[in-house]
Design a binder for this molecule. Structure first.
Ligand code: FE2
Length: 285
């Protein structure tokens, strides 16, 4: 598709585009907002470069994509409680968002869209990887697709299988973020289909990860883990991915219904500060 209000430069064969020439403060430019919605559907991840947004301006831009969703494990900004800072200080070793995942699938209505705005970026590194889970689903054999269609998974915030320990241990090591509420992580559990259908495109996508999917419905953890692990590894096949580089003033939007992402922790010694706001809570179907 061609866009008339900005330039979209694809990031890989699978997904992702950099958007140049858009102005996220131009709320009256309905054609641009329609095209941004189209570009997000086409590319699944759009990195809008060259912005200069205060927190309220990020909120107003994100509002074109849906109403805000609350993140349960970080304290929000005083006047915008749904917006959280994602900070790694120069002395920190752990980062936030490491490991392939879709955002907060343990909620009953996970946010369809995440927005992340770069305030400060390291001189190199700190990229975010994305993978196209629609493509990952479509590249499975017909036999396996038939087997997993209609299967649900149990999604938990406890990060039970995560390398480095559970959510509480992991967050305790992230010292520069006001991480809260981690002792209640076990209470955030939801059941969703592991193959979900995108409500706007009708396309199916894998919705399953070692980071959050504890087990498949009516199966034990021991029975489920090999399949979850295989689907997780399959979903991160290089041909399904792209890599988003950041610069200050960049706002990236991604569709959690058909992607996963992984924040690369390769910039020890440098500071990175982002603002995160998720929108459009929606029950996966
Ligand atoms: Fe994330």
């Amino acid at each position: 598709m061609t866009y008339t209000t900005f330039e979209a430069r694809p990031l890989s064969g699978a997904l992702g585009a950099e958007i140049h020439g858009a102005d996220l403060k131009a709320h009256g430019n309905t054609r641009m907002w329609d095209e941004l919605q189209q570009a997000l559907l086409e590319f699944k991840v759009i990195a809008v470069r060259g912005q200069n947004l205060l927190p309220a301006e990020q909120r107003d831009a994100a509002a074109h994509f849906g109403k805000p969703s609350h993140y349960p494990f970080a304290q929000g900004l005083p006047d915008i409680p749904e917006m959280t800072l994602v900070v790694k200080e120069a002395q920190d070793r752990r980062n936030f968002g490491n490991g392939w995942h879709s955002d907060t699938p343990y909620l009953a209505e996970p946010p369809a869209i995440t927005t992340l705005y770069a305030v400060e970026t390291p001189p190199r590194g700190g990229d975010t990887l994305f993978t196209n889970t629609q493509m990952a689903y479509e590249e499975l054999s017909t036999g396996l697709r038939r087997m997993i269609d209609g299967v649900s998974g149990v999604f938990s915030a406890s990060l039970k299988y995560r390398p480095g320990g559970n959510r509480q241990e992991h967050h305790a090591k992230i010292t520069s973020m006001p991480v809260t509420n981690t002792d209640s992580a076990d209470r955030y559990v939801s059941r969703h289909p592991i193959v979900r259908t995108h409500p706007q495109t009708g396309a199916k996508a894998l919705y399953c990860s070692l980071t959050h999917t504890l087990h498949l419905d009516e199966m034990t953890e021991r029975e489920s883990q090999p399949l979850i692990k295989m689907l997780y590894e399959h979903a991160s096949t290089p041909e399904f991915t792209c890599r988003v580089r950041w610069e200050p003033g960049q706002m990236t939007f991604w569709d959690n219904r058909c992607t996963m992402h992984n924040a690369v922790n390769d910039y020890h010694g440098a500071r990175r500060e982002m603002r995160r706001l998720t929108v459009r809570p929606e029950k996966p179907v």
